[in-house]
Ligand binder design. Structure first.
Ligand code: NDP
Length: 452
């Protein structure tokens, strides 16, 4: 009976979401994953049903869209779209990254903002959920062009954010350089030095370990998962996708924990290094990607034992642990089957929603360890939360202090997943665990705050 009711609830919920948000397939996908986990719980709780809590969570509190005009190096006017989805502020100011990528649209930002609500709640810190960005593509742009774009973006955006209102951070295409340009313009327009953006530089309000946090946190979470099987990273072969911020620091931490990372990628292809990407090679990747802003294929030019596979993704490389750290829907059903057939025992997502629903089903049916990004990559936003705290108390913690707090938050998130996600046969469904644990805190706050 309860099952039938839950199925009916899911159907009506999704029909409504699709009718109200047509053509937003990434948003539908993210909502479906959550509703599927929560429906059995919600239909048994009349207050949640009556107060339409999940229905309200799935409708952004506010969506801001604006024009971002700027002048390129040739003197030509360029026009991009700017967005901020302020999804939910029940437990704290909106918090979530800005993405600059040509693929950015409302569907992608709504999926990211929706996920962020649950992720931020899981961190145990007081942060609501939001996400924003632009269809601006920083690739191939000069530093001056990026600066002019960031200044124009912030000229409008500054009216919608603030340390107690909405605190953006980085995401794809937004790293230290972009946060610097945006923070400079914010400060100039508002005449105040506050913690309104996170991911700031160390000398001007940033937190130690914020750049490392998402990648490190993903490995700390995977470490907890492996420990449930009495296992660890030591001696394991790890495949990683992406070569940006999250991938770089996931590589660093996995290597420090005794594993051998053999792949990195970008949107054009992947490299396979059978000898492993050790600390020296990783230092080259940092230089290549963050300073020279080059492509991952150049890695194979420099290290002859490595091979570059254009147009391909790294999931057919045999591994024990896979850490997808690039983008959404980058690991499909076939690739998931290959990973399982090759003996992969653990998949922890550094990216947001990198595995398709079909891929997740493959992992769960095979009963391998699988963690969704909203749990395993929450270390980034958690450390942003720690940056906000340091800004508020006007003190800085040491890298060791922040690392210890990050590690402890990841352990707590893992424990919450175990608490709410352990099934009758003992298998831990981390998707269910993360969704229920993340939902409860937000739902209770919304119930207390009435129909707003
Ligand atoms: P970066 O911009 O630093 O790096 C992104 C990487 O992903 C690049 O290697 C990029 O390659 C690759 N990539 C981007 N789009 C695609 C695509 N369509 N197909 C294949 N590869 C692609 O971003 P981050 O490392 O910060 O973010 C990576 C993921 O982690 C995202 O899903 C993000 O939402 C998530 N995340 C990030 C957090 C953070 O703190 N930065 C926090 C939590 C999650 P290319 O250069 O070719 O585009």
């Amino acid at each position: 009976m309860a099952n039938k009711q839950a199925e009916q609830y899911i159907k009506e919920f999704m029909d409504n979401i699709i009718a109200k948000n047509p053509n937003e397939k990434e948003f539908h996908q993210a909502v479906y994953e959550v509703v599927e986990s929560l429906a059995p719980y919600i239909v048994e709780n009349s207050a949640l049903m009556k107060m339409k809590v999940l229905e309200r969570i799935a409708e952004p509190e506010r969506v801001i869209m604006f024009r971002v005009p700027w002048v390129d190096d040739k003197g030509e006017i360029q026009i991009n779209k700017g967005y901020r989805v302020q999804m939910n502020s029940a437990i704290g100011p909106y918090k979530g990254g800005l993405r600059f990528h040509s693929s950015v649209n409302l569907s992608i930002l709504k999926f990211l903002a929706f996920e962020q609500v649950f992720k931020n709640s899981l961190t145990t810190l007081p942060m609501g959920g939001g996400k924003g960005g632009s269809d601006f593509n920083p690739k191939g742009k000069s530093d001056n062009e990026v600066m002019r774009f960031c200044q124009s973006f912030m000229t409008e955006f500054q009216r919608h954010i603030g340390q107690d209102t909405d605190v953006p951070a980085g995401d794809i295409g937004v790293g230290g350089r972009e946060i610097g340009f945006m923070y400079g313009q914010y400060k100039r327009l508002r005449n105040e030095f506050t913690g309104t953006l996170t991911g700031k530089g160390l000398g001007w309000g940033g937190s130690p370990l914020r750049p490392e946090a998402t990648g490190y946190g993903t490995c700390y979470f995977a470490q907890e998962m492996l420990a449930t099987k009495g296992d660890s990273f030591a001696g394991k072969v790890v495949t990683i996708s992406g070569s940006g911020n999250v991938a770089q620091y996931a590589t660093e931490k996995a290597t420090q924990l005794g594993a051998k990372v053999v792949t990195l990628s970008d949107s054009a292809g992947y490299i396979y290094d059978p000898d492993g990407i050790d600390a020296d090679k990783l230092a080259y990747v940092f230089e290549l990607k963050n300073v020279l802003r080059g492509r991952i294929k150049e890695y194979a030019d420099r290290y002859p034992n490595a091979k570059y596979f254009p147009g391909e993704r790294p999931w057919d490389v045999k591994c024990d642990i896979a850490l997808p750290c690039a983008t959404q829907n980058e690991l499909n059903e076939e690739e998931a089957k290959t990973l399982v057939a090759n003996g992969c025992i653990c998949v922890a997502e550094g990216a947001n929603m990198p595995s398709t629903p079909e891929a997740i089903a493959v992992f769960q049916n095979a009963k391998i360890l699988y963690a969704p990004g909203k749990a395993s990559n929450a270390g980034g936003v958690a450390t942003s939360g720690l940056e906000m705290t340091q800004n508020s108390i006007r003190l800085s913690w040491t890298p060791d202090e922040v690392d210890a707090k990050l590690n402890s938050i990841m352990k707590d998130i893992h424990a919450a997943c175990i608490k709410y996600g352990t099934e009758a046969d003992g298998y831990v469904n981390y998707v269910k665990g993360a969704n229920i644990a993340g939902f409860l805190k937000v739902a209770n706050a919304m119930l207390a705050q009435g129909c707003v």
